[in-house]
Design a protein around this ligand. Sequence first.
Ligand SMILES: [Mn+2]
Length: 319
Amino acid sequence: MRTGKNSKDSLKDILTRSEKWIVVSHVKPDGDTLGSASALVQIGISLGKEVKWWGRDPLPGRYEFLPCSDSYFAKQSISELDLEDGGLVVSVDVSSLDRGIDGMDLGELAVIDHHGDNSLFGSVNWVEGEASSVGEMIYSLSVSMGVALTRGMAEALYVAIITDTGNLSFSNVTGDTVRVVADLIDCGVSPPEISEKLYHRDTTERLRLWGRAFERAKWEASICYSYLYADDFRDTGTEHDDTESLINSLMRIKDTEIALLFVEDGSEVKVSLRSKGRISVQDIAHVWGGGGHICASGCRVEGKMEEVILNVIKSISPC
Ligand SMILES: [Mn+2]
């Protein structure tokens, strides 16, 4: 692993120097990694760069409205051949090498991220653990690179910021976050239009899946959790991706400090964790080999649903 220093200026320099960018979004892509990448791709094009946009998993349908999403390519690994004419790989919102694409560190790798537990695995790194979203960081990058924001760039950044801040409601929101959003709206973003595209296009199948999770929700000592089996996805005709943001709804019960969603995935259980901030779910995720933020983290645990639930809940120290 190469541990480079953490610097916005070096990141800006390497982006300016490189004529070919390969922008990489993280596995199971969310609004921040996709919105930030979409904006960065547009910024690259406006600077005359040759830009590609890759990620390991397919781009979820509800993000297809993002500018340049038609250039997104799902790719398992990067080979020497992909880099032979000198592309710079730029990972956005990717907290560790295994959440990107295999081989993305073969050549020069620029890391832009806001996960506090990022190990600075790039040759050049810009990691701000306090930033609300990578979207907010890309906004400030565009300002320092002298790029005039187009409506398309602003829309992509808006999506990144509002999806990673629970519509500007999480503890990662600062006055600066809101000022950035204000500027994006001034650049032509229409909040109701984006909200319609992001949140008002659920399927009845998805609601039925969420219904199963709500029905099973358990609440004890400020911890709320629920779980979904592989059969639940089969029965309702849904995909794993249909659970995105379901975890946030488990925080709705009064006096909840932590919410957990357990999703069966082969021989493992995928665990999503959320916290109001008093307890670090990042610490809990670390115990199980995962990571993320203090208020939002995830991990994967080998084993049967019942034992995983029992063991993970047991590993949470009481508040
Ligand atoms: Mn993010």
